[in-house]
Design a protein around this ligand. Structure first.
Ligand code: PLP
Ligand code: COI
Length: 365
């Protein structure tokens, strides 16, 4: 039987000073600074997983002929380590990330990493680099973002699944994803270019989906928008998700509506968690097809007084307006009561201020 991976620490680990970590914690920018160490493991066809360790953060040994550079056989995840008021450090639903990682691996013809090994890699890295997990801070959402990923790691230009694969977890202290904290963001509606299509890789968390979203993102930024809202690739009318977040609308009669999972959008863990806590907040969770015109009309008429984006990086980010062609559609209550209540409930669970009645938190140290 295959042994679990231990991710023991290498014996030459080096450490940043307390002063440097304090400096980086003061104003963390999303994903710009990396922690001292990384988890690593390799997979070889026939041999399975091995070479697991926590090592110093360093460059990877990839040659120009490395398959991942040419054919993007790659997947990743994103989750956070939170520091509670008593100093302890916790992960939020890491098993769910491990499960989605396995689903992504299957779609990209990569080997499956057992969920237990995935979780263990995250726990071990967060434990070794616990000093890098910030206190929540004034904006109340500083944390350590963990980025597990798996890549084809073989010098070979034939188009074929790699027989050598690398798995790693790196980490970066982060604050709010959008500069400026919890402020309503402006969103560009993208009706033409799709990031994925039925039968494609939309449900997998693979780099190619994000590469396909970048041209629209450039346009969004040029037009003063923070993110892009994509619609389906067939009829160009059903809301899917934003470039890196799921989408939710609050109706005036208390429904919390989000596009149903059709295979082309990411099964967001924040999305699922919010749907699960919605009834506690007196909301009725609804997963259904949501037309872009229905949504924009509903925002104009007040049927949808609040809309927001959600995800690990974004937590719950209120949407203030949409730019649809040349039309500006303004949301009535961008930092409305319901959006802010959902945001608070989620952060309270993650930071240990509310009881974790569903067993979502996993202690690191
Ligand atoms: N949709 C996309 C495209 C994403 O990249 C993310 C971020 O991970 C999400 C949705 C939200 O997923 P989660 O809540 O699991 O972070
Ligand atoms: C996340 O929320 O974890 C994401 O992956 C979104 C984005 C940074 C890619």
């Amino acid at each position: 039987m295959a042994m679990s991976l231990r991710f023991a620490s290498a014996d030459d680990l080096t450490w940043s000073s307390d002063e440097r970590i304090a400096l980086e914690h003061a104003t963390p920018r999303f994903g710009e600074v990396f922690i001292d160490h990384m988890a690593l493991a390799t997979w070889q066809a026939g041999d399975g997983w091995g070479d697991d360790a926590v090592v110093n953060y360093r460059g990877l040994d990839i040659n120009p002929g490395g398959a991942v550079l040419h054919y993007a056989q790659e997947i990743f995840e994103g989750l956070k380590a939170y520091r509670h008021a008593d100093g302890s450090v916790w992960l939020f639903r890491p098993d769910q990330n491990g499960e989605r990682f396995a689903l992504s691996a299957e779609r990209l013809a990569l080997p499956k990493l057992p969920i237990e090994d995935f979780v263990n890699a995250c726990v071990r890295l967060a434990e070794v680099d616990a000093r890098w997990v910030p206190d929540p801070g004034e904006d109340g959402e500083k944390s350590l973002y963990l980025r597990p990923f798996m890549i084809a790691n073989q010098d070979f230009l034939g188009v074929a699944p790699a027989t050598r694969v690398l798995f790693s977890v790196i980490g970066s202290p982060v604050g709010a994803y959008f500069v400026g904290g919890v402020k309503p963001v402006r969103i560009l509606v993208e009706r033409q270019q799709a990031r994925t299509a039925p039968g494609g890789t939309g449900e997998a968390k693979c780099g190619g989906n994000y590469a396909a979203s970048l041209r629209s993102q450039i346009e969004a930024q040029a037009r003063g928008c923070a993110q892009v809202l994509f619609v389906d690739a067939v009829e160009h009318r059903w809301i899917e998700e934003l470039g890196g977040m799921n989408f939710m609308a609050v109706s005036k009669d208390g429904q919390l509506i989000t596009p149903e999972l059709t295979g082309t959008i990411l099964r967001g863990i924040t999305r699922r968690s919010i749907l699960e806590v919605a009834p506690d907040l007196g909301l009725e969770p609804v997963e259904r097809k949501l037309g872009i015109d229905e949504m924009l009309d509903g925002v104009r008429s007040g049927e949808f007084p609040e809309v927001f984006a959600c995800g690990t990086a974004a937590v719950v980010t209120p949407i203030g307006s949409f730019l649809d062609g040349d039309d500006e559609v303004t949301v009535a209550e961008p930092t409305g009561k319901t959006t802010m209540e959902i945001r608070r409930r989620l952060l309270d669970i993650q930071f240990g201020r509310a009881e974790d009645t569903r067993g979502w938190l996993k202690r690191v140290c």
